[in-house]
Write a protein that binds this ligand. Structure first.
Ligand code: ADP
Length: 399
């Protein structure tokens, strides 16, 4: 049994998963919510069922302690002692331009996570706290950090530079970094496998469509462009984030609505996207249902979202001089047939012979080709598995 614990910490939550690497099984997983806020609780799921522990969890230290106590608990636990956890893999949002892959944690890595915190203030510091909490409780267990940005570090300067004074790029590190890298890497590798090719032999566009959405161009195994930027706000229209907008809108909104920079940040991240367009939900199931019942703004939100995804596919096909496969992943990419239909309509020019009937009624949760035999460019659903990708990196760096 080679158990690896995966920790994905946010400012007030920690998602965790214990993965057994030999059988690639998940003996237990769950979530700690509302850390440091009233109503904190731990959710835990294993083969023996689900439990919720409601109690004050004031800090990330306490949260990690509770997760480990639950995992080794004599009744509901799945391991006998913490020694059975061979390593811990931590997801960290922003690695800046320092990290091109996953790394073993040491003092310099912790310092670099803090150094990059201005680029992702909420995430990086919370994730550092999660690592430090684990190090305190499990001082002899190796820790690995897997950065959301690492896979995109192969982008050439022409793709990651913005049209701003070069000095500001140098001084403030303002450039495109891209996110969801673990998912883009995992899904592009799986897609190459589905094509029966090596990653170095194909051009893949990955559409990771979830609450946050991003599209990437993976050219012969390397990411050459991606839609998210300095932060995860840029790119396609998202659940509550605006995606790419004319930057002048920011100043105008501040002027017209009297917003300060914090308020504008909150507005662009939480009030926009399909929630803003529809006026009632960021959940694509709600939007689909409402559109079906004739709600025009829900329909418009779905159309605007899909149109923005479609534009990225077109531009990334241009960037790579063609595309061999397009992969849909994430909660929306894997499950939302309305969006897939909208994105894939009128894509014959790319050599795509899309099987709309199959896409409308897929079997959920499996890798599936959505193009008909003979289609020059092929389209797949590839369920993402970021936790397994993190566990695999952690395993490779610690064995
Ligand atoms: P996150 O970015 O938080 O990981 P997910 O990848 O889980 O998000 O995606 C969440 C989104 O997926 C939500 O907008 C949700 O509405 C959508 N989604 C999940 N299941 C379905 C479904 N069966 N049909 C349509 N949309 C779905």
């Amino acid at each position: 049994m080679h158990n690896i614990l995966i920790i994905n910490a946010g400012s007030s939550s920690i998602k965790y998963q214990l993965i057994e690497m030999e059988g690639k099984t998940v003996p237990a997983k769950g979530l700690v919510e509302r850390i440091g806020i009233e109503g904190s609780r731990l959710k835990y799921k294993s083969d023996s069922g689900k439990i919720i522990i409601e109690k004050p969890i004031p800090t990330h230290d306490e949260a990690i302690k509770l997760v480990l106590e639950t995992l080794v608990d004599s009744e509901m636990g799945v391991i006998k002692s913490m020694d059975e956890i061979k390593a811990v893999g931590h997801r960290v949002l922003h690695g800046g331009d320092k990290f091109t892959g996953s790394v073993l944690v040491d003092d310099s890595v912790l310092a670099a996570i803090e150094e990059n915190a201005p680029l992702a203030p909420l995430h990086n510091m919370a994730q550092k706290k999660g690592i430090e909490a684990c190090m305190k409780i499990m001082p002899n267990t190796p820790m690995v950090v897997v950065f959301d940005t690492a896979f995109h570090q192969t982008m050439p300067p022409k793709a990651y530079l913005y049209g701003i004074p070069y000095e500001d790029y140098e001084e403030f590190k303002i450039r495109r970094y891209g996110f969801h890298g673990t998912s883009h890497r995992y899904v592009s590798l799986r897609t190459a496998k589905l094509l029966g090719k090596k990653p170095e032999e194909c051009r893949v566009i990955v559409c990771h469509l979830g609450n946050g959405s991003s599209v990437s161009a993976v050219d012969h195994g390397k990411c050459v462009d991606t839609s998210m930027g300095l932060t995860p706000l840029e790119g396609v229209i998202m659940g509550t984030r605006c995606g790419s907008i004319d930057p002048a809108i920011v100043g105008k909104l501040m002027e017209w609505k009297g917003m300060n920079s914090q308020e504008i940040d909150e507005y662009l991240n939480k009030k926009c996207g399909v929630l803003g367009i529809s006026g009632f939900s960021s959940d694509f199931r709600d939007l689909g249902d409402a559109a079906e019942q004739g709600n025009k703004r829900a329909q418009l939100a779905l159309e605007a979202f899909s149109y923005s995804v479609k534009k990225y596919i077109g531009s990334y096909a241009a960037v790579m001089n063609g595309v061999d496969a397009i992969a849909f992943t994430g909660g929306i990419g894997e499950n939302d047939e309305i969006v897939r239909r909208m994105v894939m309509t009128g894509m014959e020019y790319l050599g795509i012979d899309f099987d709309f009937a199959l896409s409308d009624k897929p079997q959920r949760g499996i890798e599936l080709e959505l193009t008909k035999p003979g289609s020059t460019t092929r389209v797949f659903i590839v369920p993402t598995n970021e936790e397994l990708a993190i566990a695999t990196d952690t395993y490779e760096l610690t064995t």
